[in-house]
Design a protein around this ligand. Structure first.
Ligand code: ZN
Length: 262
């Protein structure tokens, strides 16, 4: 049964102490203003140079703990956010991945260590958020062994069970008005531009009462394997996304070529 009207979840990716505190603060103030209970996807031991844009913020983990106490759910966002593998992901979207294709023993170590680091900071990671949608069956086995049974990914309109975990779908990278279903909007606070932030604020102003939390989504519901019709829907949504990403890449490379020629 697809819930109507639509419900929304906000997911904030790439959180770590070295992202720009000013930019994060702009998203955090929306969370506070609209009393949201988002998914906070935290990188345990960031080594991605693109996310090292400021000196480590000493208050970062304190802010995460406060938001968790107010109802946010902490996501384990990979381990070091270095996407050096080219394994095949269960989601089938990205080509580079931190986890998919990495030997099972290494994945187990990374997940164990990532959880340990976040717990040492007083956080309670409950949900898996893979960098670039990249993970395979070995990742899910390692997560289950560590007691993590929920992940944020997939393109259906309802939570579902697959490979022994509950999947909360994540379909949108900016707000879109939907009539039914559970929709996760993923934002990257470190790179969100003023225009996208204004768009999110405008959407929240109209739809804030439709924003929910992972705990509310799962409370009392018993996600099952996807129906055939919903699998078709999710497969078509994935292909639409792949096509739009490919078109964006072509547009970007054309722009680059024309600016090089100028
Ligand atoms: Zn990421």
């Amino acid at each position: 049964m697809i819930p109507a009207p639509a419900e929304y979840l906000l997911r904030c990716d790439d959180l770590c102490p070295t992202i720009s505190p000013e930019r994060w603060r702009r998203v955090e103030s929306l969370i506070e203003e609209f009393k949201l209970q988002p998914i906070l996807a935290v990188i345990p031991d960031n080594r991605d140079p693109e996310l090292e844009v400021s000196p480590p913020d000493p208050s970062f983990f304190e802010r995460m703990r406060m938001l968790e106490a107010e109802g946010a759910i902490i996501g384990l966002h990979g381990y070091r956010h270095l996407c050096a593998s080219r394994g095949r992901s269960l989601v089938g979207l990205a080509r580079d991945s931190e986890f998919a294709g990495v030997p099972a023993g290494t994945q187990r170590e990374w997940i164990h260590e990532g959880l340990r680091i976040l717990r040492e900071q007083g956080l309670n990671p409950k949900i898996w958020v893979a960098p670039r949608h990249g993970f395979d069956r070995n990742t899910l086995e390692a997560l289950r062994a560590e007691g993590i049974t929920i992940l944020s990914d997939g393109f259906a309109r309802v939570p579902f069970r697959r490979c022994g975990l509950t999947w909360i779908p994540q379909q949108l990278s900016s707000p879109v008005d939907k009539s039914k279903g559970i929709w996760t909007i993923c934002v990257h606070p470190d790179t969100i531009c003023d225009e996208d932030l204004a768009k999110l604020r405008a959407f929240l102003t109209v739809h804030s009462d439709q924003f929910t939390s992972v705990y509310r989504v799962l409370f009392g519901s018993q996600p099952a394997t996807l129906s055939f019709a919903e699998r078709i829907y999710a497969g078509a949504a994935l292909w639409r996304l792949k096509i739009s990403r490919a078109a964006r890449r072509v547009r970007r490379s054309k722009l680059l070529r024309s600016s090089n020629a100028a």
